[in-house]
Ligand binder design. Structure first.
Ligand SMILES: *Cc1c(COP(=O)(O)O)cnc(C)c1O
Length: 388
């Protein structure tokens, strides 16, 4: 079973004695106990049996098996949200006084966790630009945890993962949030990363109808995180596992289409009147185009960031003019969604902070869906016409 889509469809499915084609939804909080289970509990192996759904559940195990396979991980854990996955993982490895090396160019929720929770635990936080490989390698030296996104939010900066992994020391933990690229476009664990995190609310589920998270990676690390998932309690509901397993079956064909549409729309936007700048890793104008071409062999993803002439007001007007592309935060669904960082994900920052990060006035983030690309082009063209 080698092909990506074959594995998306079949890996992990639990066929029970009832002979169901699909994994049943084990919507139960607890399981019947007998001597075998009591023995495991006494041996301290409660997480190896079906005991209580906060610990584990067969519907979740099926999804974990599938993800484990798609990301080339030893082990995987499902979570109730991407933030539950991120917070549990960071709390597992960072102790009082430790340093985390990360970036401002990261999901807002992650920044809030660092500033509101980890700072109070006296964790030192150092920020580097994802493009600044040398600076990152310099900052690694005394870091316990290294945390970046494989493609950052919202400026779509790619990370030289292999070079950073080569310079990492034995006792340091390199964590990558792979939400924007998915295992179809990149497998960070094959590049020397220790732990991969996903907000499965985005591409992995793909239908904008679920909040879920994933952690996967090397066994020694994932086991520690699972112990804490059970204690902290961000475990996934069985019905959510069903939705995620169902979504994952089409991950291959969906991302193939997101990649194609993303590339076409990025090229369509570039050089268009009224558009100041387009950021997309598949464009030759992209700052680290050579690196992107080297590591993103299957495609460059469905996320595009662009800057519209005339600033934030013009951007808002442009978005209001769209008919097919919908105004909403979040990303990775089958439908195209559009938003502006200034009044959504980065609303908490001052103008100066946004400028420092590189978020210009008029910056728009587009999550290109799987619609027919000609319809999307027409929608954008009409939107632009009305603001010229
Ligand atoms: C959405 C998102 C998260 C947070 O995930 P939730 O499922 O919303 O908790 C984390 N990282 C990235 C890159 C995201 O896009």
């Amino acid at each position: 079973m080698k092909g990506f889509s074959t594995r998306c469809v079949h890996k992990g499915t639990l066929h029970t004695e009832i002979k169901s084609v699909n994994t049943p939804i084990f919507q139960t909080s607890n399981f019947l106990l007998s001597d075998e289970e009591y023995k495991k509990i006494i041996e301290g192996k409660s997480n190896k049996i079906n005991l209580y759904t906060r610990y584990s559940n067969p519907s979740r195990n099926a999804v974990e098996e599938k993800i484990k396979n798609l990301e080339y991980a030893d082990d995987a854990i499902t979570f109730s949200s991407g933030m539950a996955a991120i917070s549990t993982t960071l709390l597992t490895f960072l102790k009082f006084g430790d340093k985390i090396l990360t970036t401002y160019d990261i999901y807002g929720g992650t920044t809030y966790f660092l500033n509101k929770i980890l700072k109070n635990l006296n964790v030192k936080i150092e920020y580097k630009d994802p493009f600044d490989t040398e600076g990152i390698i310099d900052g690694i030296k005394d870091a316990k945890v290294i945390l970046f996104e494989s493609l950052s939010n919202p400026l779509l900066k790619i990370l030289d993962i292999e070079e950073i992994a080569r310079n990492k020391r034995e006792n340091q933990i390199f964590i990558i949030d792979n939400t924007f690229l998915t295992p179809y476009n990149l497998n960070p664990l094959k590049m020397g990363v220790d732990v991969v995190i996903h907000s499965a609310s985005k591409y992995l589920n793909g239908h904008s109808d679920l909040i879920a998270g994933i952690v996967c990676g090397k066994r020694e690390f994932v086991e520690k995180i699972r112990d804490n998932m059970i204690i902290i309690g961000g475990s996934m509901e069985p019905i959510a596992a069903f939705l995620l397993e169902r979504g994952l079956k089409t991950l291959g064909i969906r991302i193939e289409k997101h990649n194609k549409n993303g590339y076409e729309i990025a090229r369509f936007l570039e050089g268009k009147k009224g558009i100041k700048k387009v950021i997309y890793p598949g464009l030759e104008s992209y700052t680290k185009y050579q690196l992107a071409k080297k590591i993103l062999k299957n495609g460059f993803g469905g996320m595009i960031t662009f800057v519209i002439d005339g600033g934030d007001d013009k951007g808002v007007k442009f978005m209001h003019n769209l008919r097919i592309i919908k105004e909403a935060t979040s990303l990775g669904g089958v439908e195209s969604l559009i938003s502006m960082p200034f009044n959504t994900s980065h609303a908490g920052l001052t103008d100066n902070e946004k400028m420092k990060m590189g978020i210009e006035k008029g910056t728009i983030r587009l999550s290109v869906g799987i619609e027919d690309v000609e319809d999307l082009k027409e929608d954008i063209e009409n939107g632009l016409k009305k603001i010229r």
